[in-house]
Ligand binder design. Structure first.
Ligand code: AKG
Ligand code: FE2
Length: 281
């Protein structure tokens, strides 16, 4: 099979055809890795990955993350199950970068569509490099010196996720284990060296060097700017589709617009490293 890569949007995303993700080899792994660096999120149709293959594919990028809140598959603790009939998935319908409430947010994720509603349930991804590059150079320079606080509590409020005593206990435990963290507002991509706008509405609560009012104003501007139409794509899922995204330079949002319909996704999450900013030389 010959590999074909079709871009979805000039700033982000590509569909890759001609690869069976259940049968990886050194060449296909290399092709996938370089496509991900170039396109930030990549899609594969008609894959039907087994949990083991999904784990194997994700492990080609690094070690895997165990999520503190979401349930996982019985035979693969590294694969979390996002099931609209078992969980409240509304928190994903907000632009976010995964797990930026941790010191070392994930490098990326491998997500598979298991059950998709007849209508709705699309996912959107936005490019943090395109968003940064589109800012004025004055604002780019100002942002390069700033840091932001990221807090798990912003996306998992206890009123919604702690409705039973067990859930409340589990959530409070996660809060204790994950106190707020500080990341640079502009991070450097560890592999490409590109500057990335690295605040997200899901978890970023405050720009530390500014007053609360200035911070709110700048964050609200950046949340809106980061996800403008020209920086994002919208993916309409078919069952068996696989998406891989680079979580260091993107944000995403899963639309919760399908009412009571059943939607199930499986996700494997690759551990990342501490975000840093290094001036381009
Ligand atoms: O369900 C989706 O499409 C994506 C949900 C999400 O935010 C995630 O898996 O990180
Ligand atoms: Fe997410």
């Amino acid at each position: 099979m010959s590999l074909q890569i079709k871009e979805i949007n000039p700033n982000i995303g590509a569909i890759i055809e001609g690869l069976d993700l259940n049968q990886l080899n050194d060449q296909s792994i290399q092709d996938i890795h370089s496509a991900l660096l170039k396109h930030q999120v990549i899609f594969f149709r008609k894959q039907q990955l087994t949990a083991q293959s999904q784990v194997q594919l994700a492990k080609t990028f690094g070690t895997l993350h165990i999520h503190p809140i979401y349930p996982s598959m019985d035979d693969a603790p590294e694969v979390i199950v996002l099931d609209s009939h078992r969980q409240d998935l509304r928190d994903n319908d907000l632009w976010h970068t995964d797990v930026t409430f941790s010191q070392t947010p994930p490098l990326g994720c491998v997500l598979q569509a298991i059950k998709i509603p007849e209508f709705g349930g699309d996912t959107l991804w936005a490019s943090g490099t395109a968003a940064f590059n589109a800012l004025t150079s004055d604002l780019q320079n100002k942002l390069r010196g700033l840091t932001a606080t990221h807090d798990i509590r912003k996306s998992f409020p206890i009123e919604r996720f702690g409705t039973t005593p067990e859930d409340r206990e589990r959530l409070e435990n996660s809060f204790r284990k994950n106190p707020p963290v500080v990341h640079p507002v502009v991070r450097s991509h560890p592999e490409t060296g590109e500057d990335i706008l690295f605040v997200n509405e899901g978890f970023s609560t405050r720009i530390n060097e500014l007053s609360e009012a200035e911070s709110d104003e700048l964050l609200n501007f950046l949340f809106e700017h980061a996800v403008k139409e020209e920086f994002h794509l919208r993916w309409t899922w078919q069952e068996g589709d696989v998406a891989i995204w680079d979580n260091r330079c993107t944000q995403h949002k899963a639309l919760f617009d399908y009412g009571d319909a059943h939607r199930i996704m499986h996700r494997a999450t690759v551990n990342g490293s501490i975000p840093y900013f290094k001036k381009a030389s």
